[in-house]
Design a protein around this ligand. Structure first.
Ligand code: ZN
Length: 646
């Protein structure tokens, strides 16, 4: 029996260590399968002995639903933060502190995560409770829910009593994965995490794959932490996940850092940045107001979400014949612009979100893309179902339903899709034929009867003279651009074909893999899905396109458009995309880049979703941070050297 318990202790320690490597450091050292074998072994021993150790990972799956939430009193009050919405206000705050202190205080900068604040208590190295913030003094006990979060340590090296504060979040990738199959999609990451942690059915919480990022040691006995920097160090040393961290006593540098934050590159939602005085002694001098510490402030980004009433839906026909519902809204201010329209993605999306005409809906705006409707905020009294169209709003052709989408298959006779196809074909990312606006494309369709981009190659100067704005010089330039475009490379030509679900990135991958249109057109779905990032739906779209449009492709070939992809040099890094960051000791940046390229790899200047490997040297900054946020493979200089020499 004792032997079993000893073995269980070893297994628990090993499994918790592996989970830490996987979920906190993002650096797994065994396969999922190996982990599962150890986990099953532990389960068997727990069943045999009837004992479950306090920090056993089997506690993470969630037990029976709870009856209610018990109150939890925090050891120290959890303060909320003072807020500001402009850089001027932020400067004013900093200047006031500097005046009070007689010097510019060193400040730290962190993401303000948009989730649910929680507070965990550890005693004797064990997690004893988890609670929501509540009113700052008393929150709700959500210990069982918190235990399901795999990046939260169930035991820590520190043996005294400590309360740590963090933000519970649902990663955007986890949210998207959940929504892909959920009957009722989650509206946004904040609602998703609040609904998960404040859920009495703990197994539901476990399904959401939450995370907690820590930023504050709220109480600690046995030692005093002198600064925010030391708090973050303490958290890291005790195996907590922590967020971005930057330190300076220059407010303009802080503002620069805030401006350089690219929210769209993060896998989690943030609604601002938090600036805190670093030194605990200086904090003590500054003190608190009734509500806030005077030594910290949250800079809030402009809200990207609001609600408004859905008045109507218009259906638009895109270049692949796909219909997209466009919601007409009561005008509302959002991110400094008036929003009147938003997308509903597809008919299936309308049903899933149960949006009706007359409903008050949540809308979100990010970057310059058209805002999206997230879901219903409130039903209207006279809500009306959004009618499902049966014929194309543009050409009257009967519609075809494929999954969640509706299509008009009138390939050569549907004006909206032909016009969109001509514009796409001529765009910079495709055949790069200058001067074709939507209006020009419409005239090509209406006046010259162009029904396919392939017909652009037969147009004469005489014909073109009938289009608005086409005079001598412009006509000859246009004809030359059209003829020159025959030399377009394969990735651009594939993009120009307007294949459903095939964007620029996929087009490049297809070109690299198949090398020619002929080879691509003969590819089976299995061959296609073997390519990284090509899923079943994309593969199906490609096969369908080539089986339907043999004649059109023959026409392009007859015109002399038949590009062949020139393979880059082969090597051990073939096709891998690298980013170099920080200072390397054994190579200059230029040398390292050359070595990557010589071995067939590609060097990128910034970390994106397409990056494969980040080589991080000393003092790596925001690129490393972004690589972590995107879950990219990060290696150091020695590992890079090993890869080169392997
Ligand atoms: Zn149509």
């Amino acid at each position: 029996m004792n032997e079993d318990i000893m073995l269980m202790k070893e297994l628990v320690a090993r499994l918790n260590d592996l989970a830490y490597r996987y979920y906190v450091l993002d650096d797994p050292i065994v396969s999922d399968k190996e982990y599962d074998v150890l986990y099953d072994k532990l389960c068997a021993l727990e069943a045999k002995t009837g004992t479950v150790l306090n920090d056993s990972p089997t506690k993470r799956v969630g037990g029976e639903p709870l009856k209610s939430f018990e109150p939890h009193t925090h050891i120290n009050r959890l303060y909320s933060l003072d807020k500001c919405n402009s850089f001027d206000e932020l400067r004013a705050w900093f200047e006031k502190l500097s005046a009070a202190l007689g010097k510019q205080p060193e400040c730290t900068l962190e993401y303000k995560l948009d989730g649910l604040t929680i507070c965990l208590t550890y005693r004797d190295g064990q997690l004893v409770s988890g609670a929501t913030r509540g009113n700052g003094e008393v929150g709700e006990n959500v210990t069982e829910q918190i235990k399901t979060v795999k990046s939260v340590p169930l035991s820590i090296p520190f043996k005294g009593t400590v309360e740590v504060q963090g933000e519970g979040i649902m990663r955007i990738s986890a949210l998207n994965a959940y929504n892909a199959t959920a009957a009722v999609p989650l509206k946004n990451p904040r609602n998703a995490v609040a609904g998960a942690i404040r859920n009495l059915d703990v197994r539901e919480t476990a399904k959401r794959n939450l995370d907690v990022v820590f930023y504050n040691v709220n109480y600690i006995d046995g030692q005093s932490l002198g600064s925010q920097t030391e708090q973050i160090e303490f958290l890291k040393n005790n195996r907590f996940k922590t967020g971005m961290f930057y330190k300076t006593n220059n407010i303009e540098q802080i503002i620069d850092q805030i401006q350089s934050v690219d929210k769209s590159a993060l896998d989690f939602a943030i609604d601002g940045m938090v600036i805190k005085v670093d030194d605990a002694k200086v904090r003590g001098t500054l003190g608190y107001t009734d509500k806030f510490p005077k030594w910290a402030i949250a800079y809030k980004f402009e809200a990207e979400e609001t609600t408004t009433v859905l008045r109507d839906v218009q259906w638009q026909v895109g270049r692949t014949g796909k219909l997209t519902p466009l919601a007409i809204l009561d005008p509302v201010e959002l991110c400094g612009a008036t929003v009147k329209r938003a997308t509903l993605n597809n008919y299936g999306d309308i049903l899933r979100k149960d949006v009706k005409i007359g409903s008050r809906v949540f809308i979100r705006r990010s970057n310059d893309v058209i805002p999206e409707i997230l879901g219903v905020a409130e039903r209207g009294q006279n809500d009306v179902d959004i009618p499902k169209p049966t014929v194309c709003p543009c050409c009257g052709h009967e519609l075809t339903e494929e999954g969640a989408h509706l299509f008009c298959l009138n390939f050569y006779g549907c004006r909206a899709q032909v016009v969109a196809r001509i514009v796409q074909f001529c765009s910079k990312d495709c055949m790069d034929i200058d001067g074709v606006s939507i209006k020009t494309a419409e005239q090509l369709y209406d006046i010259l009867g162009v029904r396919s981009p392939a017909e652009l190659y037969d147009l004469t100067g005489e014909q073109l003279a009938r289009i608005d704005g086409f005079k001598d010089k412009k006509i000859s330039n246009f004809i030359k651009a059209v003829q020159d475009s025959k030399a377009a490379d394969l990735p651009h030509f594939i993009s120009a074909l307007c294949i459903e679900n095939v964007g620029k990135v996929t087009a490049r991958a297809l070109a690299e893999h198949f090398g020619s249109i002929d080879a691509l057109s003969k590819a089976s779905e299995d061959e296609l899905t073997a390519i990284q990032d090509v899923g079943g739906i994309v593969a199906q779209s490609i096969v369908e396109y080539f089986s339907a449009h043999g004649e059109l492709l023959a026409k392009y070939k007859a015109l002399g458009i038949d590009p062949v992809y020139a393979q880059k040099s082969e090597g051990k890094f073939s096709g891998l995309k690298f980013v170099l960051t920080g200072a390397l000791q054994q190579y200059t940046r230029g040398d390292a880049a050359k070595l990557i390229e010589q071995n067939g790899g590609i060097v990128q200047s910034s970390v994106s979703k397409l990056t494969d490997i980040v080589v991080a040297g000393e003092n790596a900054g925001s690129k490393l941070e972004r690589a972590r946020a995107l879950g990219k493979k990060i290696i150091d200089e020695n590992q890079f050297k090993d890869m080169l020499n392997s």
